[in-house]
Design a protein around this ligand. Structure first.
Ligand code: CUA
Length: 362
């Protein structure tokens, strides 16, 4: 059948329209990828796991930005090009029949893209989760609670807890994460990995801090867990192997070893109580949430005690421990500090803490 001149015109017009869309789509895709890759999405890459994860992110951007741009360009282009013009209100569009070839293409292409990306992501996940050779891994148990993290180490046959997370650079560490109350999420953005702390089960992931990542890295709770969620932040410190060994020796030293600040109830080492809490009664370490220069803690969930307790008398300090919501420090709401220290600490221990704190913040 012979095409009429009008049909020839319409076919040429349609070909031009598609060519225009392809050109606009290609330019927009290139721009979109350039912008997406130019954005500095993540903080410093501080674990060996961070490299493959950041590369995966870039690949996902390169794959998904053109698709987003393509869909957006076609929609915008169609709205402009095929909009109804005055006088066309009663006209019906041309009848459109299905195109089997087109349908096969738009089903197969996305399927291939998704399978390829899933396969690549699986390989990355398998690589970053791979365990190092046996015996070369440190396990640190992480306990989340409203609103602090506590870390339990097993070093040289000694088990001890600390409100601080110290990690030697270049050594693999596996975090076994648990929760004492609600769901939290243990996240060090610089390490890239994160996982929920779920009551009743142990979850885990491993990272190897990079040799050049020495210094402080934020620990963040990434699951809404209550009033203090936003304050549930601590600091991970990546140190040299020597500094780590020195820290372990210092922290795992038996309580009441005649160190400064151990005064009060004779047998009670208030400073150790402050930095490690009490496992048997579940008393959280003060240092998990509070900064105190004398104890070397630097958390910011609760007030900085060097400032908020400065010049305060013993009665005020005691009330702050056993009835934390009675008087609130500026910038901190009620319900953030555990209200049960009168139960989890003995009166002798509370007295020792009060004495230690009033001396340390004089
Ligand atoms: Cu713990 Cu949010």
């Amino acid at each position: 059948m012979q095409e009429t001149p009008r049909e020839v015109n319409e076919r040429r017009e349609g070909g031009r329209t598609i060519a225009q869309m392809i050109v606009v789509g290609l330019i927009a895709s290139a721009l979109g990828i350039a912008i997406a890759l130019a954005i500095d999405w993540f903080p410093a890459a501080s674990s060996t796991q961070a490299g493959p994860i950041d590369t995966l992110w870039d690949v996902l951007l390169i794959a998904s930005v053109p698709i987003f741009v393509l869909v957006t360009v076609i929609v915008c282009f169609s709205v402009l090009k095929f909009r109804m013009r005055p006088g066309e209100e009663s006209l019906d569009g041309p009848p459109i029949h299905g195109s089997t070839r087109l349908e096969i293409v738009w089903t197969a292409l996305p399927a291939i893209v998704i399978v390829a990306l899933v396969a690549y992501a699986y390989v990355v996940l398998r690589d970053i989760e791979e365990a190092p050779a046996a015996g070369r891994e440190r396990v640190v148990r992480v306990f989340g609670e409203q609103f602090a993290w506590t870390f339990e180490y097993q070093e040289g046959g000694k088990r001890f807890r600390s409100a601080q997370l110290y990690l030697p650079a270049g050594e693999s560490v596996k975090f076994d994460v648990r929760s004492k109350d609600v769901i939290h999420d243990f996240w060090v953005p610089d390490f890239r990995m994160k996982i929920d702390a779920v009551p009743g089960i142990t979850t885990s992931y491993r990272v190897t801090p990079r040799e050049n990542a020495l210094g402080a890295h934020d620990i963040v709770c990434a699951e809404l867990c209550g009033l203090g969620h936003a304050y549930m932040r601590q600091t991970a410190r990546v140190v040299s192997r020597d500094d780590f060994a020195a820290w372990v020796t210092k922290v795992s030293a038996p309580a009441g070893g005649g160190q400064a600040g151990g005064g009060g109830g004779g047998a009670v080492d208030a400073k150790a109580l402050f930095t490690a809490g009490k496992q048997d009664t579940g008393a959280t370490a003060c240092g998990a949430c509070h900064t105190l220069a004398d104890a070397g803690t630097s958390a910011a969930t609760g007030p900085n005690l060097d400032e908020s307790l400065q010049g305060k008398d013993a009665a005020y300090i005691e009330e702050s421990i056993v009835k934390p919501d009675a008087k609130l420090a500026k910038g901190f709401g009620p319900g953030i500090m555990p209200p049960n220290f009168a139960d989890t600490l003995s009166p002798v221990e509370v007295d020792a803490l009060v004495k230690y704190l009033s001396e340390a913040t004089k």
